[in-house]
Design a protein around this ligand. Structure first.
Ligand code: PBG
Length: 322
């Protein structure tokens, strides 16, 4: 039945009616805020390509944590920038590493804030890759698994609530799950970066986390942006291996993947609104070319509409401020 029986504009005519029939709404409860923790003391270093984002030393985290809490954001995702990097990423899995210390500090300061830790080697290796590198420059998948498990265990020993492996090695969710279970951490959930693409939208993050690969690229472990069927296999495998939450990353250019994951698996689905997505909006807004707040809300709403239950975003604080 078409016009004139149906007039779509009837329900758009007034704000109250539009509000009543809105299909998607965002809540501060949907958000996870990423935090970069750096070695040393009294540091709050701005990340140039991400206005509003800083690298904090642990002793300087307090105000940030209290602000996040007062804004009602339920969770943070931690990344560490260590003082020393080596070819095995050993600063990533020592008990007094930057992330481990930050976890302890945050849980002491604000026990109700959910602390999720990113589990990966790229921030801790001198070559900047997410795994152990062989002499010929290839990534040794299976040797990497043990190091990731050590890292996850050290984060949990420090008191984090959830671990989020982001390395894209095969079998890491199962390996980490087994290690946690064997160490009496069967209650700690895993959020897997399940469909993580080899994306150029991570550029600003690599400045923030000082984790750019020193040679080559991440194409042998992260996914080809052209593929979605492969994403379904990645997610299915991570679920089979014990993932509790599955993530799609990036978000904006991968809304179809978010939707497919949401529809094909009955698992909580997270989407990572990554650094480049944030930087583009901030840069255009700084030039006066976009209305920052409206564009932010449109993007975040679209990510939720596509099917994300959780949104990891550098916009979390801006959103919560309203
Ligand atoms: C670590 C990791 C990356 C991001 C999250 N975890 C970078 C990468 O894989 O190169 C990117 C996050 C962002 O761009 O905001 N492997």
């Amino acid at each position: 039945m078409g016009f004139p029986i149906n007039r779509m504009r009837r329900l758009r005519s007034r704000r109250n009616i539009r509000d009543m029939i809105r299909e998607t709404s965002l809540s501060v409860n949907d958000f996870v805020y990423p935090l970069f923790v750096i070695y040393g003391k009294d540091k709050k270093i701005p990340v140039k390509s991400m206005p509003g984002v800083f690298q904090f030393s642990v002793d300087n985290l307090k105000d940030e944590i209290l602000e996040i809490k007062s804004l009602g954001i339920p969770a943070v995702l931690l990344f560490g920038i260590p003082e020393h990097k080596d070819n095995m990423g050993s600063s990533g899995y020592k008990d007094d590493g930057v992330v481990q210390n930050a976890v302890k500090f945050i849980k002491d300061t604000c026990p109700e804030l959910i602390v999720i830790t990113d589990v990966c080697l790229c921030e801790y290796t001198d070559h900047g890759h997410c795994g152990v590198i062989e002499k010929d420059g290839t990534v040794n998948n299976d040797a990497t698994l043990e190091l990731l498990a050590q890292e996850a265990l050290s984060h949990i020993k420090a008191g984090c609530d959830m671990v989020a492996p982001s390395d894209m090695m095969d079998g890491r969710i199962g390996y980490i799950r087994k290690a946690l279970d064997e160490n009496n951490y069967s209650h700690v959930p895993i959020m897997s970066y399940a469909a993580k693409y080899c994306s150029s939208f991570y550029g600003p993050f690599r400045e923030a986390a000082e984790s750019a690969p020193q040679f080559g690229d991440r194409k042998t472990y992260q996914m080809d942006p052209a593929n979605i069927r492969e994403a379904m296999r990645e997610v299915a495998l991570d679920i089979e291996e014990g993932a509790d939450i599955v993530m799609v990353k990036p978000a904006l250019a991968y809304l179809d993947v978010i939707k497919a994951v949401r529809e094909n698996f009955n698992y909580p689905t997270a989407a990572y609104n990554v650094s480049g997505e944030y930087a583009m909006v901030k840069a255009a807004a700084a030039c006066g070319w976009l209305d920052e707040k409206r564009v932010m809300l449109e993007i975040l709403t679209a990510i939720k509409r596509a099917g994300a239950d959780l949104i990891i975003s550098y916009f979390a604080k801006d959103f919560a401020r309203g």
